[in-house]
Every structure is written in C-alpha cells, then in structure tokens.
Design a protein around this ligand. Sequence first.
Ligand code: HEM
Length: 177
Amino acid sequence: MHGTIHYCLEETIIHKYGKDKWGDCLEAIKLPRNYSFISHLREDIDEMLTINFILKAAEVLGISLQQLFDDFAMYWCLEYAPKLYSGFYIGCNTTKDMVLKLSKIHEMFGQIRQGALPPQFEYKELAPNKYEVTYISKRNLFDLYISLVKGLDAYFNNQTQIEKISDNKAILTFSHY
Ligand code: HEM
C-alpha cells in the first residue's frame, strides 16, 4: 500500500496518543523507536507489513480497529489531505461532491505507481441525495471507507446517513447535494 497511508497513520497516532505510544507501535512491528514513514511517503509498502502495522497499532494503543479507522479518517480528512492534497478539494463543497470524485482520485494514484492496487468505487444513483455505493478492493477495508465518509462529513459539516447493507455495499443519504 502507498506509504502516504502509513505516514498519515503515524501523524494520527502522534497527534492523538503522543510520541511515546508511537514508539511502542514501532517496536511492536520491530522497527526502531525513532523510525518515520516520511521517507517512504511515495513508495509502495509491503501489504503484509501494512496489515500487521494496522493490527499491532490498535493492539498497542488498546483500542478497537474501528476506533483506529475513525481516528485515522478524522485526521486524514481534517488535517492531512487538505494539506497534502488540497488540489483534490477544489470544486468540492459537500461530502457528496468528494465521494463522487473518489474513483478518479484513486485511479490517478493507480496510474502513477506500478503494481498499485487502489480501491475502486461504483455508485448507483437512487435519488439526487441517495446513492448505493460498492467498494471494490481485495483489502476488505470497507469499514475504513465508512470512517472516511464520516471524516468528510466533519470537514464539510454535513450529516450523511450511512447504512451498511453488506461487506462492500452501503446506502449513502447525503444531507447536502
Ligand atoms: C484527497 C483525498 C484522498 C486521496 C489523495 C486518497 C489517496 C489514497 C491512496 C494513495 C491510497 C492508497 C492506495 C493503494 O496504495 O492502493 C488510498 C487508500 C484508500 N482510500 Fe483514499 N484518498 C483520499 C480520500 C479518500 C476518501 C475520502 C475515502 C473514502 C470515503 C477513501 C477511501 C480509501 C480506502 C478505503 C483506502 C484503503 C485501500 C483499499 O481499501 O484498498 N479515500 N487513498
């Protein structure tokens, strides 16, 4: 997985839980306490290391995986992406605008890195404010997708209703459209 995810998780943990806890997370995956993913920001990082990193971080912090996804998603949407990827926010004023742009954004990352497998999204419009979304990825991180929609809501001050209907499908009812 793209190193930007790891670096954002690093910043999330330091921001919310402190540097010491971050050091503990690194030790749990056998990396030095002063290691940083910043130097691997644009590299592809091994999938097994990535999954191990996420699972171990939740364990070390003593929180559920869902809580870690929520923490990551809030930090990603409110701090990290607006700083690093501000260009993608241009022309987006609502959660719906951004959600419908996600296929394009992720496709772009897939094109610039060989071997990349970014998630894909399909949308079926049920009404102007209501869409059925299908998440397509071998990584099965649909719960992270849902956390990120909540993060977008926090950024745009919207209130999307999210109804998970299967392991990779949800109905999104947007408050602003
Ligand atoms: C400017 C905003 C965003 C950028 C630049 C971005 C970029 C990326 C990149 C580079 C990855 C790693 C992909 C890989 O290595 O295969 C990723 C993963 C992911 N992104 Fe985004 N993303 C953005 C916003 C979002 C939002 C708002 C959502 C959901 C509402 C989302 C859903 C996901 C998910 C679920 C993954 C995990 C990988 C997977 O499931 O296969 N992203 N994103």
